[in-house]
Design a protein around this ligand. Sequence first.
Ligand code: FAD
Length: 508
Amino acid sequence: MPSQHKSQRYVVVGAGPVGSLAALYAAKRGFQVEIYELRADLRDPSTTPLNFTKSINLALSERGITAIKHANEPALLKSVMDSTIPMRGRMIHGRNAATGELYEAAQDYDVHGRAINAADRGGLNKQLLDCLADMPNVRFFFHHKLTGADFRRQKAWFEDRSSSTPKETEISFDFMIGADGAHSAARYHMMKYTQMDYQQEYIGTLWCEFQIMPRPGKTATDNSPDSMFKISPNHLHIWPGKRFMFIAIPSEDGTFTCTLFMPDEGYAKLDADPSQVPAFFDEYFPGVTDLIPPTELVASFKQNPHLPLISIKCTPYHFGSSGVIIGDAAHAMVPFYGQGMNAGLEDVRILFETLDKHSVTPSSTPQSRAAALAEYTATRTPDAHAINDLALANYVEMRASVLSRTYQLRKSLEEFLSVHVPQLGWHTKYSRVSFSNERYSHVIARSEYQGRMLSRMFVAVLLPAVAGVAWLVARYAGAARRGGGGGGVFQPVLDLVSRGLARVGLRR
Ligand code: FAD
């Protein structure tokens, strides 16, 4: 029997960002922590990150930061934040249909000026591993692949690949935390012990990485012509292509990691003739070929993998007192809300808060952990499912809605109310997701409520007003055409209203 006392063995499977943070939370609470990781130690310079050409840049926002903060390692938090770049909004790139000129249009994420942060995923992971390496109750097992787990007998099997002849090792554990990503072996084995509902969807879109290199010989880090950054470093750049999307996120070294999201059939077409890639970019993502030379575009398209996007929902996340799955293992999502890792880090905070609430310590009984895990599954499932849905919906927003007037009008109204009538507690959906720790399921409920209220306000107040103004405009415009003197003293006001209506798309 695994022990229930001081030496309680917490086994973490997967040393990605989520598993590493979970190991840190467990170690800080005095458990004996063992981390088993399929790959080599990321901190080893010869290691190439799985699936990624370099290391993907991602957006670290409030939930991830809060989770790292709650690890109570101020030096870790500082080093993580020091190596991020704040992105205060989206920069939409396009070409003016009338003049043919390229344009950039900034859209701040938050009316209160808050920003999300561009972070190097590998760098963040390394900082977490460094922090763990200093802890006496943490042991690493790299090159170890989970191949089997018996959650009843609390035993697990790993293939030890650290030598040229892989061998199987058996271990026992008190508690296993499965943080082994979207294709989780921990989840697969847990399913044999619990009646897990499971749903996965490939969304038919692939992603491929590209790079915008820094301006040679430049060192400034602002948005000036002397900057090493070719485009603003403080924005997440989007080239919305309706059915496709190209985005760029800054890195500290002046490069931008870019991602092309496109349906499978689009990739198939370009795969057949990659020399068409620059022309494709010129058509759908104007200006990119000025930032990435066509030869580099073609080379990246050919060399870098074209990877699928998967969305996974399941529940429960635990079995008895012996195991739990977190992060992508529990809820892999499409990356369009920039929340996959943030939600996974938040899992860690919520899981350990729940364990603390049930007084789970190195000397407590398994019963208290079982009660905590049941509560964790019950509270976390609606939230994880909610962010999966939000992430899917945000794909449409990023590649198309950002250009829509209705979307911009709603954003402006909600921001206006957030600033001028704060007692209403109105915020945009984006700011609730990215700048708060509000439960994801509440975010959806609040956003739907605000949407309903706005529609009612529109019908009750704006619609009659707009109809009245439209009637006046029509009447006076008709009079003017008949030579009747137009709107007289009201004419400037009517012109203004008319232009306003045209701007929000209610009149052409
Ligand atoms: P992973 O990072 O997948 O780590 C799992 C670890 O488990 C790996 O180290 C793996 O080697 C190991 N492992 C796997 N199988 C086994 C096994 N059998 N035995 C032992 N070890 C094993 N998230 C954001 O928050 N913001 C963003 O802006 C963002 N952008 C993204 C952009 C793209 C293009 C993609 C694809 C994802 C993005 N994400 C983003 C999501 C984010 O990358 C993931 O949610 C996050 O990496 C999940 O962390 P994890 O630790 O749960 O899993």
